[in-house]
Design a protein around this ligand. Structure first.
Ligand code: HEC
Length: 105
């Protein structure tokens, strides 16, 4: 029984994370215009922390639709809800702003 639960939650995690956009080198280059010095691993950490801390309440791709202004306004409140530290808040915010400004395919 326990084994099944682990299996099911693993499948769910994989299925949900598939919706999340992985940062690419092109994203890093775009991000550097706004956030000089930001690296691919910074964006990846933002992505992972977003999945870990925000996914319990949000379907994980809806936050992409928020404007930069909207994200910056709501983020302090969301950081409180998710009980994350300032570093995680900053990484998630930069990840979301960057992925949000990706050219539409
Ligand atoms: C405990 C549940 C909870 C957690 C955890 C949480 N949120 Fe939210 N979030 C909400 C609720 C409820 C709203 C509706 C508006 C409000 O409360 O101001 C919201 C609103 C938002 C919005 C505005 C657009 C929308 O979807 O309505 C964004 C963007 C957002 N959250 C991002 C995040 C991010 C990023 C994180 C992780 C750091 C996060 N949230 C963590 C519950 C949560």
């Amino acid at each position: 029984m326990k084994k099944n639960l682990v299996l099911i939650s693993t499948i769910l995690m994989v299925a949900c994370s598939a919706k999340i956009i992985m940062p690419s080198q092109a994203d890093v280059e775009r991000a550097n215009v706004k956030f000089p010095g930001i690296s691919l691993s910074d964006l990846n950490e933002g992505k992972i922390k977003f999945e870990q801390n925000c996914g319990s309440c949000h379907s994980l791709n809806e936050s992409y639709h928020e404007s930069e202004k909207g994200l910056r306004r709501i983020m302090p409140e969301m950081a409180q809800k998710a009980k994350i530290d300032a570093k995680a808040e900053d990484q998630i915010l930069k990840y979301l702003i960057t992925m949000n400004s990706a050219p539409k395919k």
